[in-house]
Design a protein around this ligand. Structure first.
Ligand SMILES: Nc1nc2c(ncn2[C@@H]2O[C@H](COP(=O)(O)OP(=O)(O)OP(=O)(O)O)[C@@H](O)[C@H]2O)c(=O)[nH]1
Length: 787
């Protein structure tokens, strides 16, 4: 939810509740004052009604007196001519009506009654020529006659008939004044009646407004609670108006509705106003700050702009900007540190990867090439081991400085874009330049780097025997991605190393194929079924008398995909990829399973030689595996000779030395294979924990030249002095054999004796050899017999 919506959600109920509360209070106060006002108005209205009524009463009375006092009654009584007197009275009445009331349509009537109750004259101001006095008026006359009073008035309100105010007065027929009480029976009675039109209209209007009848009664009304008003219309005539119960409620509900609408309208106005202000001074600045921060975090903006807000929001913005600037500064420091190699101060692998990716993208856009030089120091370990890591560190730092200088110089001289130089790891460095081979830049660069090592690499005034191997790969010819480019330059560097180190090599197609072949071998090794694709061949070892004393088990691999793959090719791959255990364990098991057969062919004391990977001796379980296999196949440990390569034996570690001691303690023999292929000191020969030394075929080749015979003899004597028997490999001529025999060699192995043979062929070979020996023995016997 946005800040604006939150503000709305907060403000709306608060403002609304405030206004509803205020409206309720106003309603509470207003409702009682409305009730008071209505009550006062009601009393006023009923008072007005009373006044109007009394005016009508007064008019009627005036009408009566105008008839009596004006002589009209006297004229009527004294005039003997009945028609005249009627007409004269009629004229007088009309005059009186005209003078008393402006309303010509008003109903007025007059009647003269002679005793005992004869309506002598009746006049009515109406359109009805046959109009007669009403029974109600007669009734009033009768009641007036019956009462002791000489005059009276009343309000006649009979259902179905329009109400009338009626006045009756006794007149003495002689004096035409009010008679004495005793003369009442002989007096005439004059009655006038008017219709109280104004009163009735007002009454009707009130009844309509209040929705209730104006009650008129001859008795006093009892006091009533709520909204009600009473009035005295005459001495015994009362009126009361009690509005219908919902009258006030209607007013109040209108008030309520007005207040509710007012509260809502005011709430909305207030909310809109508050929201505008909140948005202007709070949410908009915060939203702007948020947007700017988001842009900074997503990289669409480099820094927060200066804020000109005031107050808390302004301070917040300034502080956020300050915080951001500080974190950017810290981030830059951390990033620089994380991209710098701590030892040499040049870029490290992370930065190299990031920057190189950009360089390749730029090169791709510009349609130009990039060249990667992968540099590895040769024999650096030697400096570490011999002179200590401090010197090693110094060497790396000095080398980094010197290569940096070379790169900077060449870039300036050849006007190239800035190059990238980084330490990838250990003694590995890399240079990325936006140039292609051909212009001589790469040749000059690699030549200058190699020249640094020409006289040994000088550090702190001392030269160290290290060189550099440089692998070169070019984008886009050799690779299209950075990982591929690095891998190819690395492969080229290994190529340079394998060509004798201290040189450079460019990544090539053949190198590519070599790597592919290596990858395919690795893949096949991972998935192969050893029982189906591996088999062992055996190469006999004989003593000076030609007796087979042992057989070396040699592994052969026939892959359905790759065909025959030699151990020289796949064993190093298996060792570097950790697949050697799978192979070794199969070889050990298979060779021991075959041992019974070998033994049958060559005798109970035949030694079985099994090669194991040098890496195998780093695993703890190797001795257990040998023992388990020997037990399983019933092979005496003394008849098993485990062959280790000389290069491995030179650098025996703690674990491998312990493993060899365990194996020897269990009775297994140890043999040092390929002796003489590397560089071994006399000291190391003395320290070899082995029963047998196998002279490498190259060594045999060079030492079986007549001039080297004393050396061969001395070497074999040295081994004998260490209690080690000597086997010569590569014995392929009788001459070599006789020379080796002359030098004291114990055992022989080579094509002169036999090539490596499958087990079945080994049997045939053994039979053949027996036959040959038998034939030779017979021939010697014959020669002796002839001689
Ligand atoms: N002094 C020092 N040695 C390091 C550092 N990092 C790695 N090494 C060592 O550098 C050596 C590099 O190994 P290799 O490249 O296999 O040794 P090498 O003798 O140069 O082998 P080749 O390259 O085959 O000639 C290892 O012994 C590492 O322990 C470091 O920061 N300082």
């Amino acid at each position: 939810m946005t800040l604006g919506k939150r503000a709305l959600a907060l403000i709306f109920p608060v403002v609304l509740a405030g206004y509803v509360l205020a409206a309720s209070l106003i309603y509470y106060v207003q409702s009682s004052s409305i009730a008071g006002l209505e009550r006062a108005r009601l009393w006023q209205q009923i008072g007005m009604l009373t006044a109007v009524f009394q005016n009508d009463v007064m008019q009627n009375r005036s009408f009566l007196y105008s008839l009596v006092e004006g002589g009209a009654v006297r004229l009527f009584v004294n005039e003997p001519n009945a028609d005249y007197r009627r007409m004269a009275l009629g004229v007088r009445l009309q005059q009186s009506i005209t003078s008393l009331s402006e309303d010509r349509k008003r109903f007025i009537s007059a009647a003269i009654i002679r005793p005992p109750l004869t309506v002598d004259y009746y006049f009515e101001d109406s359109d009805d020529p046959f109009a007669e006095i009403t029974p109600q008026q007669l009734e009033h006359i009768r009641r007036t006659i019956d009462s002791p009073r000489l005059s009276s008035w009343t309000y006649l309100d009979t259902p179905g008939i329009e109400p009338l105010i009626v006045h009756s007065e006794f007149i003495d027929p002689v004096t035409f004044n009010r008679p004495v009480a005793s003369a009442k029976a002989e007096s005439i009675l004059v009655q006038t009646a008017v219709r109280p039109k104004a009163f009735l209209e007002l009454k009707r209007a009130l009844e309509k407004e209040y929705g209730a009848t104006v009650e008129i009664a001859r008795h006093q009304f009892l006091a009533q609670g709520g909204l009600s008003a009473t009035a005295t219309l005459g001495p015994s005539l009362f009126a009361r108006l009690t509005p219908e119960p919902g009258f006030l409620e209607e007013r109040l509900s209108t008030l309520r509705m007005l207040l509710a609408l007012g509260a809502i309208a005011l709430s909305l106005c207030t909310i809109v106003l508050v929201l505008v202000l909140v948005r202007r001074y709070i949410t908009n600045p915060i939203a702007r700050l948020d947007r700017q921060l988001t842009e900074v975090m997503t990289g669409n903006r480099s820094a927060l702009p200066d804020m000109d807000e005031i107050g808390e929001i302004g301070r917040l913005s300034v502080n956020v900007k300050r915080l951001h600037d500080q974190s950017m500064h810290s981030f830059d420091l951390v990033q620089n540190a994380s991209w710098t190699d701590t030892l040499t101060g040049i870029s490290n692998r992370e930065y190299f990867n990031i920057r190189s990716t950009q360089l390749l993208e730029e090169a791709a856009e510009a349609g130009i090439g990039c060249t990667l030089l992968f540099i590895d120091v040769d024999n650096f370990k030697f400096v570490n081991d011999k002179h200590g890591h401090k010197i090693g560190d110094e060497l790396l730092k000095t080398l980094a400085d010197r290569i940096s200088d070379i790169v900077a110089r060449i870039v300036v001289e050849r006007q190239l874009p800035a190059g990238l130089f980084a330490r990838l790891s250990g003694d590995e460095f890399a240079i990325m330049l936006r140039c292609q081979p051909g212009a001589g830049t790469i040749t000059e660069l690699s030549g200058d780097i190699l020249a640094l090592f020409a006289e040994g690499f000088e550090v702190l005034d001392k030269a160290y025997p290290v060189t550099a191997s440089i692998g070169i790969a070019v984008y886009p010819e050799d690779a299209r991605t950075l990982p591929e480019l690095i891998a190819n330059a690395d492969a080229a560097m290994y190529q340079a190393k394998s060509q004798g180190k201290n040189g450079s090599a460019r990544y090539s197609r053949s190198l590519h194929e070599k790597r592919n072949r290596r990858r395919r071998i690795e893949e096949e090794l991972r998935i192969l079924n050893a029982d189906e694709q591996f088999h062992l061949v055996y190469m006999p070892i004989v003593n000076g008398q030609g007796k087979v004393t042992g057989c070396e088990a040699l592994l052969r691999w026939t892959s359905p995909v790759l065909g025959n793959v030699t151990p020289d090719e796949f064993i190093p791959i298996a060792e570097t990829t950790g697949l050697f255990s799978k192979i070794d364990w199969w070889v050990i098991n298979r060779a021991m399973a075959d041992y019974g057969h070998v033994r049958k062919l060559f005798g109970a004391e035949t030694i079985l030689c099994i090669n194991i990977s040098s890496a195998e001796l780093y695993t703890k379980s190797i001795s257990d595996h040998f023992c388990d296999c020997a037990d399983r196949h019933g092979v005496d440990a003394r008849l098993i000779e485990i062959e280790l390569t000389e290069t491995f034996a030179v650098k025996l570690g703690e674990q491998s030395r312990r493993n060899i001691e365990i194996l020897r303690a269990k009775g297994f023999r140890i043999s040092i294979d390929d002796f003489g292929a590397g560089y071994t000191s006399v000291q190391q020969i003395i320290e070899y924990p082995a029963e047998t030394i196998k002279l490498d075929r190259e060594l045999v080749e060079s030492l079986t030249r007549s001039a080297a015979l004393p050396t061969l003899r001395a070497l074999i004597a040295l081994c004998h002095a260490q209690d080690m028997s000597v086997i010569a490999e590569g014995v392929d001529t009788p001459e070599k054999m006789s020379l080796l025999a002359a030098a004291g060699c114990d055992l022989y192995q080579g094509y002169l004796i036999s090539r490596p043979l499958p087990l079945d062929d080994l049997g045939v070979w053994a039979m053949q050899r027996l036959l040959d020996t038998a034939r030779e023995t017979m021939r010697s016997a014959e020669r002796r017999a002839q001689g």
